[in-house]
Design a protein around this ligand. Sequence first.
Ligand SMILES: [Ca+2]
Length: 337
Amino acid sequence: MVRKNFCWFVFFVAVILLLPFCANAEPVRFIFDTDLGNDVDDAMAIAVIHALQNRNECELLAVTTTKDNPHVAPMVAVLNTFYGRPNIPIAVIKNGAAKEDGKYNRQVLELKDDAGKPRYSYELPPQLPEAVSYLRKCLAAEPDNSVILVQVGFFTNFARLLETPGDDISPLTGKELVAKKVKLLSLMAGAFNEPPGFKEYNVKVDIPSAKKMIENWPTEMIFSGHEIGRLIQYPPKSMKEDFNYVKYHPVKDAYHFYRGLENSQPTYDLTSVLYAVRPDRGYFNLSPKGTVKVLDDGQTIFEPNENGKHRFLIVNSEQIAMVREALVQLTSEPPKK
Ligand SMILES: [Ca+2]
């Protein structure tokens, strides 16, 4: 009898000890909404996502784009293919902003290898789905309160999503669908500790969408303001030395064209991904709850309010060093074999 009780005791202790690991084993399911091609941090953020997915910490359900240029989806496909996940769905914006090529998507896509063939391979279907209807489809298929959205470009897609009516995909409106399925929105946008008058790029490119979306979004939002990426700079030494495990690396090539390998790069979008997947590692502190407001000229202001659904990331000097090293390791992690 004593022995049987002891066995049960050991069993319960083992269950209690293992529970936290079981709870953490569920990967974060997320959708990445990007303006890849305007700044190179979007490409680096995709590298971080794949490194986290290699560790089963997240599952990238889809990539949606907010830069309205034909080279964006191919560049997303190049990165996903390089990292061994060529079949992640990509959905594109229609009638969006930032139609120019930018400094690196087309340039990387046109690179050749030593044999004169395209340096990076990818395949895309002839017709890519439109981002907003794809977001509806993707969210409708997910369990309630399970999806984390990471927005690191303009507010266009998510503002449009909120305004969609019920349809064949789901009887819910876009706003109802977001309220039901989305757990959190982690976004790189705004500025909360920059000099007065500062207008952050992701907001100022589509101010009407930023205003509408922030006012109407039904879930919690965590902003990585401009100052966070500015404070945490990616070191050029890593970009020069840590990506040479292959002859050709699309992230290194993109960085070369956009920033130059001699220069450091702000980690704006990378921080929103890191927070979304690892919110409880002490990488960041959070502001009190409040409300972010977008002014007519694109400035953002934060009003503390205990019922507010918005908070923004804050970092101290120790966290700056810790996040920078985590991002160096994750961005430069080789694809899974
Ligand atoms: Ca971006």
